[in-house]
Design a binder for this molecule. Sequence first.
Ligand code: GLN
Length: 485
Amino acid sequence: MITEYSVKELKKLLEEEKLTSRQITEIFLERCEKLNPDINAFLYINKEEALEEADKKDRERSEGKAEGRLHGIPVALKDNMAAEGMQMTNASKFMEGFIAPYDATVVRKIKDEGGIILGKLNMDEFAMGSYNEFSAFGPVKNPWDRERTPGGSSGGSAAAVAALMTPISLGTDTGGSVRQPAAFTGLTGLKPTYGRISRYGITAFGSTLDQVGILSHGTEDCALMLSVLAGEDPMDSTTLEGSGTDFSDFAKGNLKGIKIGIPVKFLEGLNADIKENFDRAAEELKKLGAEVEEIDLEYTHLSLAVYYIVASAEASSNLARFDGIRYGIRAENSGTITDLYKDSRTEGFGEEVKRRIMLGTYVLSSGYYDAYYNTALKVRTVIIEEFKKIFEKYDAVMTPSSPVFPKKLGEKGASVLDAYLNDLYTVPANIAGIPAITVPSGFKDGLPQSFQLLGNYMDEKKLLQISYAYEKENDFVKTFPEGVK
Ligand code: GLN
């Protein structure tokens, strides 16, 4: 048995030949077999192939050819990422049985570095949602309290790492889907700068917002995975020149000279427990040498309204390709081609996806385009300018990751609008395209707590630096939920 579960620690065990890759892979697969029937984090476990790959890695190591930064390490993927030969459902009935014909760029990069793909993870259908209850294949349970949601839409990615079913996972973050589930399960969760990581081979939701993110036990694993994934990709024209660099050399030490801004007005009305934890974390950062000051963000609260217009508009356009002809299910006995489209979409999509498509189609329709979509784009520009100004003076902006604790699964009474409103603190980073990270900061009644740091464009290193300095002094990432080991 092992007691260490981070990539960093597992790499060390491999290098010191204390464990083989096969043994490590078996440990995680065993836990998958034991826990997944209840937690439901994996939609597909790649057992045979993963073990075969692990044996191959062990042979390479014994021949002195263990090359690659993830050599022999298992990694799990959100089910909206293409991994050749594996199912890719987006947690939608529409795509049930679809087998990806090629690797997404991120998957190819993981394989090139010697990583082993452990399986595909549950999510809200097409990444739309915050609680993983919109999966067509059942909700995911939070390993910290199995009556509660692990968050969403990357709920499977979060629960699988938190329950020690995989050392690390990838998710996608369009409006918080990596950072909020990381917060709900006590993990480090990073959404990099828009354009940092290729989206080739990943199902598009909101194309100007989507970014691949990382869920890990701590900052160093996150930095390592970011180094593996980052970089310009000819297959994704939105990737940025110079985006591929090594992040593992982020500054480690005290936070002297680091300036952090807290947008106090934006935080008004915060839940008392969340506020208390947040204030404590801010004090801690000060003790570590950071200058923490109050700042004004006048327009950032409008991100939420902008997000639900822009994300829905882009989703309605992106999901037009799911028409019953090209991918997934096709309705039977439909008369005309229009009926075929309509019937297939009616059958295939779940209620939340339909709601987003309708909302998006509405805001893009000729009578309302200017009033909603165009106005949202203008406000988006204002928000981007506001952040640019702030980052002239500050290294990071600090907010909570989520204004609420994870709700109970199946809880009645909370409206769809409430769920949207709870994205308040995560969507600004997507609207502005800036990087942001969830940092675990304690527990309340057995549930994880955390805060969020937003950083300047392409300045993930600063976020990693602050996250690491905090984690060193307040190590919450090595506490695991009961009943998973
Ligand atoms: N909760 C947000 C939504 O439902 C975020 C989704 C995401 O980031 N994929 O749109």
